[in-house]
Design a protein around this ligand. Structure first.
Ligand code: ARG
Ligand code: GLU
Length: 722
């Protein structure tokens, strides 16, 4: 046989098989789909131990933390563990130059020292039900899409109403498998969540952006909070009288640690993945869209990094904003590289060829699904130019230039004012004001102005001329390439750049402030850019995207029918999922093998006194020199720090517990390896790894480093391996 055909066959067979560790599974379906495989990987529990509606199970210890991370209960008194980077903006908001908790850490030595966090909430999942049948009642294939959608919406409403929840619970339904299935969630949300402890950033963010998304890793990325409840143990707004929550379940913590090959379960709330895209979409993401977003953020980061290096106070003020910009920037670089390295597109194409072959062989499939892939190809080609501009403009106006974001926020208020008058504005105004106050905290107009200058240059030079705003371009032309001068002039005149004037005015006389806002030069510029984008790009993009979405729903359904031998898991959508794998290293490149566990000696080896990423607290160095590890060391006297697993995780899984074969906490998920960040689009067991901080390092830092032994006392430490 031809080698090309051989390679093709190999890839086809290879890509149809799901690796044992791939997938983000629904906890209520483990019994049917995964229990056997999990046990073959070493799990000693049953599916019931993980998810049960009738008795306490692991799921009762897991919460969505603020809607963007995961947390878990680790004591009977509401103590909650999550990542340092998940608690980061809260720690930052309690920090000042005098009381710098980001830099020095924070430890409440008793309950009264715990710090409330208005707006922060945690959500427990009470139960999950398949409501597909009820949601699709009366829905037929030949329905007009709008009518179909409105019937589905109506059915969802009535399913939710019929759920019969308690007054302190919430209920919602969510689409799965691209809208082919629906599940209902009953949840309980607690709003009184207080900061209990955080290590200094030199431990919690050790390695910062240089090490972010990388292995070997040495970060103690954890922080502690406590969930408070009303007198009946039910959700209650903040009150000094609230009592620590008594959770239905909390995770015991294993002191026995991990070894290569151990079973690992990661339980949490992954945000968004796209595993079932056609090859064209993956190719466009890797080769076209990621590079655009990366390029824009690089310009922003040049400005932010220089400003932060030059000024201690700016470093503190911009830490969180910069970390957010840098995080996705680096992830996209890794994603594009990983997709190339694993030949994801070629493998997807091979799978698609097999799909087409099977479909063409069966007349009713051929009619229903035969044109899916060819139509995808046309659609993505048509969408590409619009997608490029859309991504660039949304990066510029929605993320990188801070004042453009403010303009977007205030614009909503302004529209309300224009359409419904002043009274309509007064009601949501306090909410807007407090949001804006948070937004402006530590805001430095001169930094933002430089970011704007760089991105206007980008807009003029890189964005498709057919999609640019004529108004903006005419003004830039007049500036004759002096983007810095142009941005400076805008900022000098902008009320938005002077929050100390703008916010009080908005509060006192919203009518006058909104009128002034509508004339604000920075807002005008952002509005012109957005308007041109809406008119020249989004009108086309949205139309194409609607068709794409319908195609994708049909394609998902088709995949499940055409490949009955495959097991399917739904894309992440912010709902509770189980992923399982093993402690294992990997081979990032030819001839390089990564081991799966790092140690405190590696932390010390990276130490650079005075460096803002690799500095260390003196106390940690002393503990290392004295080998003062208490009961938290390995059998051979080492202090473990981080470990790798083959769990299929994503953004949102930060703060998720890593759980051993018996249901004990062994670690805390906080990252993935750079080579494998493409697992959001394509999972490959050879390089996709999640990174966890070892529970023993967390205990060591709390106990030995921080002297917060009272917290250890409320936990339950166990020795499952003995
Ligand atoms: N990469 C991790 C995540 O996606 C950690 C991010 C926080 N750390 C940082 N240096 N930005 O959330
Ligand atoms: N750090 C990520 C988060 O905040 C988790 C890492 C990932 O994307 O897998 O959720």
């Amino acid at each position: 046989m031809h080698t090309r055909i051989l390679v093709f066959l190999f890839l086809t067979i290879f890509s149809l098989r799901l690796s044992a560790t791939e997938g983000m599974w629904l906890p209520q379906l483990l019994k049917a789909l995964n229990e056997g495989e999990m046990q073959s990987l070493g799990m000693k529990m049953s599916a019931e131990d993980i998810y049960s509606v009738n008795r306490g199970s692991l799921k009762d210890a897991i919460v969505s933390f603020g809607g963007f991370c995961t947390g878990e209960l680790i004591s009977g008194q509401g103590l909650l563990l999550t990542n340092h980077h998940c608690g980061y903006s809260r720690i930052q908001s309690h920090s000042s130059l005098e009381n710098n908790y980001l830099q020095d850490g924070f430890w409440a030595m008793n309950r009264s020292e715990e710090l409330p966090n208005p707006g922060l909430f945690v959500t427990f999942i009470v139960r999950i039900e398949d409501v597909t049948e009820q949601v699709f009642r009366g829905v037929t294939e030949d329905m007009d899409p709008a009518a179909r959608q409105s019937l589905i919406d109506k059915n969802r409403k009535s399913v939710e109403t019929a759920a019969g929840i308690e007054s302190y619970q919430d209920v919602f339904t969510r689409p799965f498998f691209k809208g082919n299935q629906y599940f209902l969630f009953v949840t309980e949300t607690y709003n009184d969540v207080r900061l209990v402890g955080a290590p200094p950033s030199s431990i919690g963010k050790f390695g910062a952006d240089t090490d972010n998304w990388e292995w070997p890793r040495h970060t103690g990325d954890f922080s502690l909070f406590r969930v408070y409840a009303g007198p009946d143990n039910q959700p209650a707004d903040y009150s000094p009288d609230n009592q620590p929550l008594k959770p239905r379940h909390f995770l015991p913590i294993s002191l026995d640690g991990v070894a290569a090959g151990d079973f690992t379960l990661v339980f949490g709330f992954p945000g968004r993945t796209n595993q079932y895209l056609p090859s064209h979409a993956v190719q466009m993401q890797a080769d076209v869209l990621n590079p655009i977003k990366i390029g824009i953020r690089e310009r922003t980061l040049d400005v932010l990094n220089a400003a932060m290096r030059a000024d201690e106070e700016v470093r503190l003020q911009y830490a969180s904003h910069q970390a957010g910009i840098a995080n996705a920037w680096k992830k996209w670089i890794g994603e594009s590289q990983g997709l190339k390295q694993t030949h994801a597109v070629t493998k997807k194409q091979a799978m698609e060829a097999e799909f087409q072959k099977r479909v063409d062989a069966k007349p009713e499939w051929k009619t229903a699904y035969g044109n899916l892939l060819p139509r995808f190809a046309e659609l993505y080609e048509e969408m590409e130019p619009y997608a490029k501009t859309m991504n660039a403009v949304s990066e510029i106006t929605g993320r990188n230039v801070q004042l453009f974001q403010v303009s977007g926020i205030v614009d909503r208020l302004h529209r309300l004012y224009e359409s419904q008058g002043l009274d309509a504005v007064k009601q949501p105004l306090p909410r807007f004001l407090s949001y804006l106050e948070g937004f402006y905290e530590g805001y430095q107009p001169t930094i933002d102005q430089q970011v704007l200058a760089g991105l206007l240059k980008y807009y003029a030079e890189e964005v498709n001329p057919d999609h640019q705003s004529e108004v903006v371009m005419a003004r830039l032309k007049k500036a004759q390439g002096d983007y810095a001068g142009f941005a400076e002039a805008l900022f000098t005149e902008s009320l938005l750049a002077r929050p100390d004037d703008f916010l009080p005015q908005l509060e006192k006389d919203p009518e006058a402030a909104l009128k002034a806002f509508s004339e604000d030069p920075v807002h005008r510029l952002a509005a012109e850019m957005r308007a041109a984008n809406d008119e020249k790009v989004m009108s086309h993009y949205d139309r194409l995207d609607k068709e794409r979405e319908q195609l994708q729903r049909t394609y998902m359904k088709a995949l499940m029918e055409v490949f009955p031998e495959r097991r399917f898991y739904p894309d992440a959508n912010g709902t509770l999922r189980v992923t399982y794998g093993q402690v294992e290293g990997y081979q990032p490149r030819d001839a390089i093998q990564y081991l799966p566990v790092t140690h405190l000696s590696g932390v010390i080896a990276k130490y650079q006194p005075g460096d803002y990423e690799f500095d260390l607290p003196q106390k940690l160095i002393e503990l290392y020199e004295q080998k003062d590890y208490g009961p938290y060391a390995t059998a051979d006297g080492k202090m473990p720090v981080c470990f790798l697993g083959s769990n299929h995780t994503s953004g949102g899984n930060s703060g998720s517990p890593a759980i051993d074969a018996y249901g004990n906490l062994i670690g805390l998920n906080f990252d993935r390896v750079w080579e494998g960040t493409m697992s959001d689009l394509y999972y490959d067991r050879s390089i996709c790894r999640n990174i966890m901080v070892d529970a023993r390092y967390i205990l060591f830092v709390i106990d030995k480093f921080a002297g917060a032994g009272h917290l250890i006392e409320e936990m339950k430490l166990v020795h499952p391996k003995k």
